[in-house]
Ligand binder design. Structure first.
Ligand SMILES: NC(=O)c1ccc[n+]([C@@H]2O[C@H](COP(=O)([O-])OP(=O)(O)OC[C@H]3O[C@@H](n4cnc5c(N)ncnc54)[C@H](OP(=O)(O)O)[C@@H]3O)[C@@H](O)[C@H]2O)c1
Length: 217
């Protein structure tokens, strides 16, 4: 995020906020995860491939007996993901698209040719059921790369264990620019997501904060 807590511009245009060291850190985190997850908003705005880039990291995964790429998961209630999305087309390994019962049957049938489709939730993806299903598939460690709407949903459902925030040296501004946790927000103090600070690390021209989510309240 930027120094003022924004993930992108108010037009939802992708912005380079961090440098090569932070990029490599995220690449290593990805490589250490069973799966990488994003919301459909991020796929439509940024078209990320979510692949692990460093050859050494990919080789380490193969040596551990896993696919060179973590499983890539898109949360997409209405199956809006374009078939040519980079996340479906680039790199090897399994893709999962989570949809709701409202998703168009024809779109879902097409999608099944490119990805494993999990149906969870009536009109929006039920994140708790999705996580249960992923757990049953042996997926234990999921790295969520955004955006703010999905992260807010996961926090509200109590499904996040740790948060890394890299805060870079730019101000993006704009009251409508995405932030780490968008969605509806919490109004009661009892609903706030409480964090414990694990580590602070200066990285290039920014700071990396590592938080644990306090599930006790
Ligand atoms: N700086 C960074 O590191 C970074 C990382 C990622 C993204 N971004 C930026 O973030 C922006 C995209 O974020 P976004 O908030 O628009 O999209 P998002 O969080 O990627 O995706 C949100 C969408 O997920 C779907 N969804 C389905 N079930 C959900 C549930 N239970 N809870 C929450 N969401 C659910 C919804 O669409 P449906 O109802 O259609 O399913 C929702 O609109 C872009 O501007 C991108 O550049 C920045």
């Amino acid at each position: 995020m930027s120094a003022d807590g924004k993930l992108s511009t108010r037009e939802r245009r992708q912005v380079v906020i961090s440098g090569v060291q932070d990029f490599n850190r995220v690449d290593r985190l990805k490589a250490g995860s069973d799966a990488v997850m994003v919301g459909i908003g991020t796929v439509l705005a940024d078209d990320p491939s979510l692949t692990v880039k460093a050859e050494e990291c990919r080789n380490n995964r193969i040596r551990r007996g896993t696919n060179e790429q973590p499983i890539r998961i898109v949360v997409d209630s209405m199956a809006r993901i374009p078939p040519n999305a980079s996340v479906l087309q680039k790199g090897t390994g399994q893709r999962i698209v989570a949809v709701s019962k409202q998703a168009d049957a024809e779109k879902v049938a097409q999608l099944r040719k490119l990805a494993t489709v999990i149906e969870a939730g009536a009109d929006r993806v039920d994140l708790e059921s999705l996580m249960d299903e992923l757990g049953e598939m042996g997926i234990q460690r999921v790295l969520v790369e955004g955006g703010g709407t999905l992260i807010a949903g996961l926090i509200a459902a109590g499904l996040i264990d740790e948060i890394y925030t890299f805060i870079g040296n730019i101000v993006i501004g704009g009251k409508d620019a995405p932030t780490l946790a968008d969605g509806e927000g919490f109004s009661l103090e009892s609903e706030f997501c409480r964090l414990t600070l694990i580590e602070v690390h200066k990285l290039e021209q920014g700071v990396l904060l590592h938080w644990a989510v306090d599930h006790s309240t």
